[in-house]
Structure formats: structure tokens, C-alpha cells
Design a protein around this ligand. Structure first.
Ligand code: PHE
Length: 455
């Protein structure tokens, strides 16, 4: 069967811009709009942001280059790719297997947040949440998440929707649509920033976001920031390796990676600037947790003419961004089931959706029926998030870095990154290789040991 698997023909990205757009479509999602602001708020603001940016540069960037390079080299799913590139009988393919586990954990809670976004499109249409009154927006959000039936139905709706896109084979169409709509999301975020910056306590919000209080940077804050860097760039779980396998051979990997990283950081910053001035002006708690964006955004829109229509547009665009990211997450298990188990793509998709409907409902019910069900002091939603972002993604990152640095080696890496010598980026690939061989694995390991209090 292995023979057969490798010969399955793979569709690739056709243009350089298509590659950039698809990779960006995976990176930009609810991580920017929902997770980044809530984690920044919960972890003390500017200090967290600083560590997050450092983690993105020192660890995220090299690991992302590494993953895409390995994927393109092997042109296969993460498990097969690592089997093909590693010496016989060395179990590096476990990186791919762990990534698939992470994909399921992330999808389980991510699909629930996408569900909230979909539900908010409807709420925004009805006009009931457009208010700067804390109590109104907070009550609307908790009414949604504490209702088990609504939480479940919205999540399953999302799964059927995404599954439908995959089954109908219209993923390419959706990607084209995402490409067209993302500039609009960007514009809307700019508008939100302008509104937010004109609010009374804008200065306080900006100080929270940009003026670091170093006393708030603890080991667990550093781990959370690093986990966010992995999550944001969709690395450490096989997505970028899978996308790399669709990259063209003449694509400039470091350049594409840098562009994606910069654009992604930019969108996150805009979301932060849109949210925090409003948080302080309207008296929300910066540490409100996963609710933060959902309770704050309506307050910002309540301040402008046509706020309701624009808020509908915002949640629709957020749903589009989230759909792009979710499609890329699903690609990992779907391709693995397809290429490894020999299932047809539709069957692989159905199996993935089915498993997610079961696993995900644990997250959907985390604020209602299963609120008291805790493992290690966390409900399932928070546990899946913690285990994926703070354990599996960074651990996978360590092994990807070690694999390139100590097994695959400088010659293979340099040749692959330079497109067999066509690009003149020798010192760049040497620098990245040095980071991968020594810096990234040690740094990730230290942060993990400290953050998990194992050291
Ligand atoms: N990077 C995506 C986001 O920010 C989430 C994601 C994580 C997507 C891992 C794919 C893989 O929303």
C-alpha cells in the first residue's frame, strides 16, 4: 500500500500569488481576531505582546521555513513526508502523527469559536447586541455559550458547512473568495481602529497594549505567548508541512514565510488596537477571557453610524477568515486518512467530520452541561487549547528543528531552501539552519519546562 500511496497524484498551487494567499488564509483566522486579543488581555498586555513577537521571530519563523521546506521536498502528507526523508527505522514520522492529534484538539474548540461567530452574524442582524452597555453585551454572549442546544447545533452546523465545502470540492472557490474578501476585513479593522482610537480612554488602551510591565512576564506567560506564536502561524502540527507539499518548486520559501508572518502580525495588531481602547472606555475587564472580543466589538460598533450593518459585515468577514483557517486545519487529517488509510477523499472527509462532531461536542458543552467536568483544573475547551498550543505544537517544533539541524543536515536544507541553487540565499539559509540546530530547540524546551513548572 505504501507504494501506491506515494504515487497518488497531488494537486498543487498554481501561481506564486496563490501560494501566498492560501498560506496567509491558513494563518489569518480567529487566532488574530479572537485569540490574540483575549490572551493579550489575560496576560498583562504589552509584555505578553513583546514576548509573542520575539517568539514569532526566533522560533516561529525558522520552524515555519523548516516545515514548508520539508513538505515541499517530500510532496506528501506529514507522516509519509518524514518517513521518506528520515533514515530507515527512525520514528520521525511521529511528528506527523502528533500533529494530527493536535489538529483534532484544535478543531474541536476552534469549530466552537467559529460557531459563536456564525451565531453572532445572526445576532448582529437582529440588532439586539449593538450596545455599549457592558451588561447587554455580556449577557448576550453568556446566553449563547451557556445554552447547550444552541452551542451544539451551531457547532454541528459549522461542521456540516465546512464538510460540505470539502465534499463538493469547492475549496478552490472558497479560497478565491477568501482572497477577495480579506482586504475588506482589513479595511473594516482599520475603521474599527479609527473609532476605537477616538474613544475617551484610548490612551489607556494603547498603554496597556504597548507599554510593557515586565513584572507581569512570568514563565507561564512566556509559554502562552510562544504557544500563540505556533498557533498563529499554523505550525507544529503539520498544516504548513501539508501546504508546503503543494508549493511550487520555484517558490521562494523564506520570502513567502516572511510575508505571511508580517501580514499576520499586522492583522493581530489591528485587532488589538481596535479592542483595547474600547475595553478601557466601556469598563470591560481586559482579562475577560474567550468572551473578550464578542463583548467588546458590539460596543465599538455602537459608536458609529451604520454600526449594525458594519457589525454584520465584520462577523461575516470573520467567519470567512475562520473558514479559511479551518479548511487548512482539516486538510491535515483528511490527507492523512486519504493517503495513509487509502480512503477516498470524500470518505476521509466524512470520517474527520464524524470524529470532530464527537470530540468537539465536549468543547461545545464546556460552558453548560459539562461546565463542572474538569481535568487538571480545566474544562475540555481550555484543556484542548492548552494541550495543543502549549504542549504539542511547541514539542513538534522542537523535533522539526532537531530533525533538520541534526538529521537532514545543512546541505539538504540549503539546497532545498535555495530551490537547488536558483536563489542566492546562502547566508540566510545558514542563519536559519543555525537557529534550527541550536537556538530554537533549546529555547522552546526551556520555555516549556519552565512554563509547565517541570524545572
Ligand atoms: N493560524 C490559525 C488562526 O490564527 C489557526 C490554525 C492553527 C490554523 C493551526 C491551522 C493550523 O486562526
Amino acid at each position: 500500500m505504501a507504494q501506491h500511496n506515494i504515487t497518488i497524484s497531488r494537486a498543487g498551487f498554481t501561481s506564486a500569488f496563490g501560494v501566498l494567499a492560501a498560506t496567509l488564509g491558513s494563518a489569518v483566522g480567529l487566532g488574530n481576531i479572537w485569540k490574540f486579543p483575549y490572551l493579550t488581555g489575560a496576560n498583562g498586555g504589552a509584555g505578553f505582546l513583546l514576548v509573542y513577537v520575539l517568539a514569532t521571530l526566533l522560533v516561529g519563523l525558522p520552524v515555519m521555513i523548516a516545515e514548508i521546506t520539508l513538505g515541499r521536498q517530500a510532496k506528501a502528507n506529514p507522516i509519509t513526508a518524514l518517513q521518506a526523508l528520515a533514515p530507515k527505522r527512525q520514528p520521525w514520522w511521529l511528528i506527523g502523527a502528533a500533529g494530527m492529534v493536535a489538529a483534532f484538539l484544535i478543531l474541536s474548540f476552534y469549530s466552537e469559536v467559529v460557531a459563536w461567530v456564525f451565531a453572532y452574524v445572526v445576532k448582529a442582524l437582529r440588532g439586539t447586541i449593538l450596545s455599549s452597555d457592558r451588561q447587554v453585551t455580556e449577557a448576550a454572549f453568556s446566553a449563547l455559550i451557556s445554552d447547550p442546544l444552541q452551542s451544539l447545533l451551531w457547532q454541528w452546523g459549522v461542521l456540516v458547512f465546512i464538510g460540505g465545502i470539502l465534499l463538493l470540492g469547492v475549496t478552490k472557490g472558497i479560497e478565491a473568495l477568501t482572497k477577495k474578501l480579506m482586504p475588506l476585513l482589513f479595511l473594516l479593522l482599520l475603521l474599527l481602529c479609527a473609532v476605537s482610537l477616538s474613544l475617551d480612554k484610548a490612551a489607556q488602551g494603547l498603554a496597556f497594549l504597548f507599554n510593557p510591565d515586565f513584572s507581569k512576564i512570568t514563565a507561564s506567560v512566556v509559554l502562552t505567548a510562544m504557544g500563540l506564536a505556533f498557533f498563529k502561524l499554523s505550525i507544529g502540527m503539520g498544516t504548513m508541512m501539508t501546504y508546503g507539499s503543494y508549493f511550487r518548486d520555484d517558490q521562494n520559501i523564506p520570502k513567502t514565510t516572511l510575508q505571511v508572518m508580517s501580514a499576520d502580525l499586522c492583522v493581530s495588531m489591528l485587532a488589538g488596537i481596535a479592542i483595547f481602547p474600547a475595553v478601557f472606555t466601556f469598563g470591560f475587564a481586559p482579562a475577560a477571557g474567550p468572551a473578550l472580543v464578542f463583548i467588546t466589538i458590539p460596543a465599538v460598533f455602537s459608536q458609529i453610524p451604520m454600526g449594525q450593518a458594519l457589525m454584520v459585515a465584520f462577523f461575516v468577514l470573520a467567519a470567512v477568515a475562520a473558514t479559511g483557517a479551518m479548511l487548512s486545519l482539516m486538510e491535515v487529517p483528511v490527507v492523512i486518512f486519504h493517503e495513509r488509510l487509502g480512503l477516498s477523499r470524500p470518505k476521509a472527509t466524512l470520517l474527520t467530520i464524524f470524529l470532530l462532531a464527537i470530540l468537539g461536542s465536549g468543547c461545545a458543552l464546556s460552558n453548560s452541561t459539562l461546565a463542572d467536568f474538569k481535568l487538571f483544573g480545566l474544562n475540555l475547551f481550555d484543556l484542548f487549547d492548552f494541550v495543543s498550543s502549549n504542549i504539542i505544537l511547541p514539542a513538534d517544533g522542537i523535533f522539526i528543528a532537531l530533525f533538520i539541524g541534526w538529521v537532514w543536515g545543512i546541505d539538504n536544507f540549503r539546497s532545498a531552501v535555495s530551490n537547488r541553487g536558483q536563489l542566492h540565499n546562502r547566508s540566510l539559509s545558514q542563519g536559519v539552519f543555525f537557529l534550527l540546530r541550536y537556538v530554537s530547540p533549546l529555547l522552546i524546551l526551556l520555555v516549556m519546562l519552565k512554563g509547565l513548572k517541570l524545572f
